[in-house]
Design a protein around this ligand. Structure first.
Ligand code: NI
Length: 141
């Protein structure tokens, strides 16, 4: 079975590669390259896979899942300028795939320590665009 919890956070970012000139960055990232940055209201969904405990009927303690999402993702990223305030985005371009992969990297070991298997991280940059990171490490979207 799969259990999914959703949370929201707002963050700013710039998508540009410092070693490339402005026009190349503009070609690659369009308005996302504007050095002033801009905000997104991100929605993240984390999915845990498992079987319900025979006694409690729970796959994972839902308070735990909420707490992990808050402490590992929402608190560190909400109302931050990702490029300047959240590692590794001082050196990794904070595109939606890269932010989604970083969320996976933060959550997977914390959930594993609670015997919970992270199955998917889905990150919406906007209501009509999202990226999925799946357990095999692939990112699509
Ligand atoms: Ni953007």
């Amino acid at each position: 079975m799969f259990v999914t919890r959703r949370a929201e956070f707002s963050a700013s970012h710039v998508c540009r590669i410092p070693s490339l000139d402005d026009s190349t960055n503009r070609e690659l990232f369009d308005e996302e390259a504007n050095p002033n940055g801009h905000g997104h209201n991100y929605i993240v969904e984390i999915t845990v896979e498992g079987e319900p405990d025979p006694l409690t009927g729970m796959v994972i303690d839902l308070k735990d899942l909420k707490g992990v999402l808050e402490s590992e993702v929402v608190l560190p990223m909400d109302h931050r300028f990702l490029n300047y305030e959240v590692a590794p985005f001082d050196r990794v371009v904070p595109t939606t795939p890269n932010v989604a992969r970083e969320i996976w990297r933060r959550l997977e070991p914390v959930l594993a320590a609670r015997q919970a298997a992270l199955a998917r991280v889905r990150l919406f940059e906007s209501p009509d665009l999202y990226v999925d990171v799946l357990r095999d490490g692939s990112a699509a979207g």
